[in-house]
Design a protein around this ligand. Structure first.
Ligand code: GLU
Length: 316
């Protein structure tokens, strides 16, 4: 049971695939500022669900770095690896409701079918082969059905609120403005339990956000593309959809996203202010004091600057 009162619940959800780097510091800072600006709770969730990608010791390292940077969660951190029973229960509910089906296709089979069925797409969109049964194949993964495209008498471009295309998910992003994604043509039925037995990020994140009563998700814009899937999954599970805000990702000079995979440097926990000021600049925050003497002084200034920054964003 959570000890935090009702109201705003935000979170920072790092994957322990390496030490905290500048890109994840920006997400941590933005989510912390938004929670504090709303007088809300800020939680930390270690997303160590992807066994093969998890680096031993990285989670502890990230938690220590967050503390050194002045980020203190309002509840003890949650660890996804300790919550797999919740994911199992959610999948069982989806099975009982007929939202998911076992899939026996290999990656190669899906790639081959793509060439025939969806030549215009560069990402793999599952063609729905196992929707009506496994065709004698062995079950490998569990997939969530996405809504079918609108039929001819349900035009795609009806105004919001009207009965439109069920495959089209619309949402307002607090930073990026209005968003939409067609799950049938741009995503396809997606995996919740992988063939290697690992729970998929999409299922874990939706179950955890609901169970931790997260009202506001603030994270990097690389996850904008996952949001429609998460909203659809929330609808299938009958849980609320939080408000979303996706901050611009930090890139290398060549435009590639800064990440552990692209060689991002670990942060220097002995000099937190320097990196925090750079993260605030990345978010376009206009601080009154560009050279604060303490973390506390930076935090107060940054919370005010965040509130002003929110006022400059497009309407969601
Ligand atoms: N664990 C994800 C990451 O580090 C973030 C997930 C989320 O904020 O929804 O990229």
């Amino acid at each position: 049971m959570s000890a935090t009162p009702q109201g705003y619940h935000g979170r920072f959800a790092p994957s322990p695939t390496g030490p905290l780097h500048f890109g994840s510091l920006v997400s941590a800072l933005a989510s912390w500022l938004d929670a504090r600006a709303h007088g809300g709770a800020w939680l930390v969730r270690v997303e160590d669900i992807d066994g093969p990608r998890t680096v031993p010791g990285a989670a502890e390292d990230i938690l220590a770095t967050l503390a050194a940077f002045g980020f203190h969660a309002d509840e003890p951190p949650e660890w996804q690896s300790r919550r797999t029973g919740l994911y199992r229960a959610a999948l069982d509910r989806l099975i009982a409701a007929g939202h998911v089906y076992p899939c026996g296709c290999t990656r190669k089979e899906i790639a081959d079918s793509q060439l025939r069925a969806h030549e215009r797409h560069t990402t793999l969109i599952y063609p729905g082969t196992c929707r009506d049964g496994l065709h004698g194949k062995r079950a490998r993964a569990w997939r969530l059905r996405v809504p079918d495209e609108a039929t001819a008498d349900e035009p795609e471009d009806e105004p919001a609120g009207a009965r439109g295309n069920p495959a089209l998910i619309r949402f307002g992003d607090r930073w990026q403005g209005p968003q939409q994604q067609n799950l049938a043509t741009e995503v396809g039925d997606f995996v919740l339990l992988r063939a290697d037995g690992q729970w998929a990020y999409q299922l874990a994140v939706v179950v955890d956000d609901a169970e931790q009563r997260i009202t506001h998700v603030v994270r990097g814009a690389d996850l904008l593309d996952s949001t429609a899937r998460q909203i659809w999954l929330q609808q299938c599970l009958g849980v609320p959809t939080p408000a979303y805000l996706h901050v611009p990702v930090v890139t290398h000079a060549d435009g590639e996203k800064l990440s552990k995979q692209t060689g991002a440097q670990a942060l220097d926990a002995s000099r937190p202010l320097e990196a925090l000021l750079a993260a605030a600049r990345h978010l376009g925050l206009e601080l009154h004091d560009p050279a604060p003497a303490t973390l506390a002084a930076f935090q107060l200034d940054a919370i005010d600057a965040w509130k002003r920054r929110l006022g400059q964003l497009p309407a969601a």
